[in-house]
Ligand binder design. Structure first.
Ligand SMILES: O=C(CO)[C@H](O)[C@H](O)COP(=O)(O)O
Length: 426
């Protein structure tokens, strides 16, 4: 049987969900899912409207039922859902009630294994209780910390003989791999619904599951992945992902158009002393960014000669809480320097200060090894221990914006697309 593509409409408004769902169907998606956020936002009416808009399609209600199995299944089934999602971690009494109610109303039950402590044996139990489909799912927050569901899915496929679905940040490569490993249903949310071209993205997933290969699926090291994701997003995307934390104050690009991504070599320097700032070039590894606290807007710890030296060491950029000079040389070298201001004065190489101690730069704490991203908007620092998660979340912000841009290009305004008035604080 052809694998099923279930498009998860994790959106807040039903009308928008219907438009996006229609585009996904045009690209080859099979089942339409009312995502949990949509159900929480607009209730059972969202399922009714999806049923009405797509009378011939299987409608999945991602209710994530944790209790009152019978009542909630009845609500969703009567609103028009064909498949209703319960939590695999729900009590057996809830699962059994949900299964009984589903039989009564002609619906099927999908059990979501999200956060189930012993997912493989639990899948067998769920099957015995009459669940129709097991969904092996790495939730959206879990994905941001690096979880995926593929290896668990392989074990679940061996454990049960009912249909197995997989979900959790699936893209072309992972969908293809999942189908090769036995998935009957691939559930795709963000990589279809937040794409600027929903139809093309759904079509690409369709092609991948119909002719699966393992070639699109590759694992990078964590650092490679962080750098590659940060290279593809903007500092505003990162700031949104960090809930407005991380942006350095009063530090601007001196070479417009240059973007930097790298790990910090920190320098605590002192007013009028440029020795440690320049010595840091020799300590840096290729791809590092030198981040300097200098404490003066009038005497520069950095200029053209230091900038030229960076090229020999593969330094990716320089960020200075303080002044810079030789701005014409720096622009000619075309090297990314971010600073508070530019001045003609340098100080002396006296040698006070430290390299690679924790500093404050642009009013943000920076530790050696933290990730630094700079572009024409400014500079953000991302603590190393959270860098993977922040990078992944920033990518989600960027995807959401791409889709919003597309809808605005089609003629809507931002407040219309986001239904701003509805979501204002009351
Ligand atoms: O149920 C969900 C979140 O709890 C999502 O619908 C599911 O994870 C699919 O979306 P994505 O592909 O963006 O992960």
């Amino acid at each position: 049987m052809k694998p099923i593509i279930q498009v998860a409409l994790d959106l807040l408004e039903t009308d928008r969900a219907i438009r996006i769902g229609q585009e996904a169907l045009e690209g080859g998606a099979d089942w339409i899912e009312a995502g949990t956020p949509l159900i929480k936002s607009e209730g059972m009416d969202s399922i009714r409207k999806l049923r009405e808009a797509f009378p011939a399609k299987v409608i999945v209600a991602d209710m994530k039922i944790a209790d009152t199995g019978s009542m909630e299944v009845e609500m969703a089934a009567k609103a028009g859902a064909d498949v209703i999602v319960i939590l695999g971690s729900a009590d057996d009494s809830t699962v059994l009630e949900a299964v009984r109610a589903a039989k009564k109303y002609g619906a099927r039950i999908m059990a979501d294994l999200i956060s189930v402590p012993d997912p493989v044996p639990r899948s067998g139990e769920l099957e015995k209780m009459g669940v129709d489909i097991i969904n092996v799912h790495a939730g959206i927050d879990q994905q941001m910390t690096g979880r995926d569901s593929l290896s668990l899915m392989k074990e679940v496929v061996r454990e049960v003989s009912i249909q197995v679905a997989i979900a959790g940040g699936l893209d072309i490569g992972s969908c293809s791999m999942a189908v090769k490993e036995g998935a009957d249903i691939v559930i795709v949310g963000g990589n279809i619904v937040r794409s600027a071209d929903v139809t093309a993205s759904a079509k690409a997933i369709r092609d991948a599951v119909d002719s699966p290969s393992v070639t699109g699926y590759s694992k990078k090291t964590v650092d490679e992945e962080i750098r590659s994701i940060l290279g593809s997003v903007s500092t505003p995307n990162i700031s949104d992902a960090m809930h407005r934390k991380g942006a350095m104050q009063d530090i601007f690009t001196m070479v417009p158009g240059k973007k930097i991504v790298g790990t910090a070599v920190t320098v605590q320097a002192f007013k009028g002393d440029w020795a440690k700032a320049v010595e840091a070039i020799d300590e840096a590894n290729p791809g590092d960014i030198i981040v300097i606290y200098n404490g003066s807007r009038h005497v520069a710890p950095w200029g053209g000669l230091a900038t030229q030296s960076c090229l020999n060491k593969g330094v990716a950029g320089v960020v200075i809480d303080g002044a810079v000079r030789d701005i014409d040389d720096i622009r000619r070298i075309d090297f990314p320097v971010f600073a508070t201001c530019n001045v003609p004065n340098a100080g002396e190489p006296k040698g006070f200060g430290e390299i690679n101690s924790e500093i404050v730069c642009g009013n943000q704490a920076v530790k050696p090894g933290d990730y630094i991203v700079g572009d024409d908007n400014g500079v953000v620092v991302i603590p190393r221990e959270h860098a993977y998660e922040i990078a992944r979340r920033a990518k989600e912000v960027e995807k959401t914006e791409q889709r919003l841009f597309e809808e605005i290009r089609r003629g809507a305004t931002l407040s219309e697309v986001m239904d701003l008035r509805k979501w204002e604080k009351h």
